[in-house]
Design a protein around this ligand. Structure first.
Ligand code: PRP
Ligand code: URA
Length: 362
């Protein structure tokens, strides 16, 4: 796990202690400073260095220390995507992960001694966030903080079950469907999904002269969009999406799932320079364990992407749960939510290997 750690002058000596402790635990620690406890410095500056690492995906978690921990908590929590929790005991640390999904641990150097700080840190790093009612509550917070996206569905799972989509999906699922037909249908379904996910694009009033008279009409107000396919199979959805949103820029993320470990292995990433200004649709037909989707979203965040939606044809509940837990603010659009994964990590009933069926490689 990548951990960013920072402190002001008052938290400096505890930070030095904890940095080594967390390294000894085998974590990959980045110390953002301060690098001396002698000179007074401003806690917001350090808190934002760590908070930005976590919000951008450069770090999985953050640790911040000032005198009481209160200033660091207040300022870190101004950064969207950061959930900083001031912890004074192991119990509070555990609950801040299980219930609140805190991604930044804050400690008070004048309040908590080194032994207790180590115990708190150890519990906090080892505890996973829980779903159920806690996930709903975390989603409410993410919804409140996230700026509106083109899809208008931040953090929600939307099944686009239009009859045309369901009909085409049934043909795509059929193992006897040819590569040519499969390819065409995946693009068509992606186009129909683009219709659904763009329903909240902002409009502006313009004046138009019809053959009859002048009138006021609604025109798209030029929102900046990006479509980001996850290679290979995501490429199968791009043309369909661009047919409806032709001015969107296209980024690419190269990832494949290791067949043994089912872990994503990345090999390529090229995104528009202004990705941070765009509403981003990551497209990949299959959301299985969610490992590839979660890693792709983290890549986009690392490059500054903020308003992100994931668009997939078929999802397994395991994949939806993984993405929602890792990226609660990301909206997930799917055409079908299937039953489960089989022992090889394939979606059941699913459609088999989307990449192979699109490109005829098996
Ligand atoms: C498929 C699919 C997703 C991933 C889903 O790609 O297109 O990217 O698997 O699985 P996950 O949710 O368990 O990570 P694959 O790894 O087969 O690569 P390909 O597109 O190059 O064929
Ligand atoms: N990748 C696929 O292409 N299909 C699945 O069912 C799971 C992962």
């Amino acid at each position: 796990m990548k951990v960013a750690i920072g402190a002001d002058h008052a938290g400096f000596s505890l930070k030095e202690n904890l940095r080594e402790f967390v390294r000894e635990m085998g974590q990959d620690v980045t110390d953002v400073g301060a690098f001396s406890g002698e000179k007074s410095s401003d806690y917001p500056d350090w808190s934002w260095k760590v908070a930005d690492c976590v919000a951008s995906g450069r770090a999985d978690r953050g640790i911040l220390i000032c005198s009481t921990g209160i200033g660091m908590s207040i300022s870190a929590n101004k950064v969207p995507g950061v959930y900083a929790a001031l912890c004074t005991s192991e119990l509070v640390a555990r609950l801040s992960r299980q219930h609140n999904g805190s991604n930044v641990l804050v400690l008070g150097g004048s309040v908590t001694g080194p032994a207790m700080a180590r115990a708190i840190t150890s519990v906090w790093l080892a505890t996973e966030a829980e779903d159920g009612r806690h996930l709903n509550r975390r989603r409410k917070i993410a919804e409140r903080e996230a700026p509106g996206d083109a899809a208008g569905s931040k953090g929600r799972v939307v099944v686009t079950d239009h009859p045309l989509i369901q009909h085409k999906l049934s043909i795509v699922r059929d193992k006897n469907t040819s590569v040519k037909e499969f390819r065409e249908l995946v693009q068509e379904i992606a186009g129909l999904m683009a219709y659904e996910i763009s329903r909240n694009l902002p409009l502006e009033e313009i004046e138009v002269e019809t053959p009859i008279c002048l009138t006021k009409a609604q025109s798209l107000s030029g929102k900046k969009l990006a479509v980001v396919p996850v290679l290979r199979a995501g490429l199968g959805m791009v043309e369909g999406m661009l047919r409806l949103i032709p001015n969107a820029k296209v980024g690419h993320i190269g990832l494949y799932r290791d067949p043994e470990t089912l872990q994503p292995v990345d090999y390529y990433c090229k995104l528009p320079n202004d990705i941070g200004d765009r509403d981003i649709f990551i497209v990949d037909p299959m959301l299985a364990t969610g490992g590839s989707a979660s890693a792709s979203i983290a890549h986009v965040k690392k490059h500054g992407g903020r308003r992100i939606s994931l668009v997939s044809l078929i999802a397994a509940p395991e994949g939806v749960a993984r993405v929602t837990a890792d990226h609660p603010e990301v909206a997930i659009f799917i055409a079908a939510l299937d039953e489960c994964l089989n022992e090889h990590g394939y979606i059941v009933p699913g459609l088999g290997d989307a990449g192979d069926r699109l490109f005829g490689t098996r």
